[in-house]
Design a protein around this ligand. Structure first.
Ligand SMILES: [Zn+2]
Length: 271
């Protein structure tokens, strides 16, 4: 059986892909990428997110594109209350597979300021409430705030699960998310031999709790980087390299792993 891959996290709508989106979609399909998720991050991009989904789903050879709108914690300064209303409208009117990406991010010192962090928590909580109301899983973006994110999920009694994307936590944190019904999203980071913490997480929790993602245009697998000075644009067509890196880390068969990850994705996105 040929590989079936699901890119659970892409920003394939961003202008980086405007010149050759159709070509890249076809390349991804040829590489075995049967489906991808278009993820939201700021409300001003929601119209382009929708347009991209329609564009891809009208191509004859392309992965099936799913929609997951949301307000990203890193862009917290841009979010306004009316953006939450716009998000809710999309959840009502469009076929959304999940709410994302949402969460907490204190990677930058300025995001640790009490006022901004409180706003991140407020928007995370309000979007969890929307996901609960519309019975959707969530796609989580969390950096240096795993305990706080888990606390909010527990406080909301969130039971629809989803994916902890580009996971950067430790083994115990991964287990806590799994216990709450989440899968752990693996990017091209897995191809980096120095990503020791990630390798340990993956080996400890095993294939049954993982899903694949490119997070394109970022997180380019090591083998696809053409320069050490400049960022090489990542694309959904690179997803097989993430699979390959993960199979190496888990020391398992690539084809069997691909099928397991496909099933994991179907389950957590309730397809
Ligand atoms: Zn993202």
């Amino acid at each position: 059986m040929p590989l079936r891959l699901f890119d659970t996290h892409t920003h394939f709508d961003v202008p980086d892909f405007d010149p050759d989106r159709e070509h890249l979609a076809s390349q991804a399909k040829v590489a075995g990428v049967e489906a991808l998720v278009l993820i939201g991050f700021v409300a001003s991009r929601f119209p382009d997110l929708l347009k991209t989904q329609q564009f891809i789903n009208h191509l004859s050879e392309a992965p099936k594109a799913y929609l997951a709108p949301g307000l990203h914690p890193f862009y917290i300064q841009q979010h306004r209350l009316e953006h939450l209303q716009q998000l809710e409208l999309l959840l009502q009117q469009r076929d959304c597979i999940a709410v994302g990406e949402i969460g907490l991010d204190t990677f930058l010192a300025e995001h640790k300021q009490p006022e901004l962090f409180a706003k991140q928590q407020d928007y995370f909580q309000q979007q969890l409430e929307l996901a609960l109301y519309y019975q959707k899983p969530v796609l989580l973006h969390i950096r240096k705030a795993h305990a706080e994110s888990l606390a909010l999920l527990k406080k909301q009694k969130f039971q629809f699960g989803g994916i902890a994307h580009a996971f950067s936590g430790g083994v115990e944190e991964a287990k806590a998310f799994i216990k709450m019904g989440f899968k752990i999203g693996i990017t091209g980071q897995i191809t980096n031999p120095n990503a020791k913490k990630l390798h340990r997480v993956v080996q400890e929790i095993g294939a049954e709790h993982l899903v694949l993602e490119t997070d394109c245009p970022d997180m380019t697998p090591l083998c696809c980087q053409v320069s050490t000075q400049q960022r090489t644009r990542n694309t959904p067509a690179n997803l097989p390299y993430v699979l390959k890196g993960l199979a190496q880390t888990l020391q398992c068969d690539e084809t069997d792993l691909a099928e397991q990850l496909w099933q994991n994705t179907q389950q957590c996105l309730r397809l």
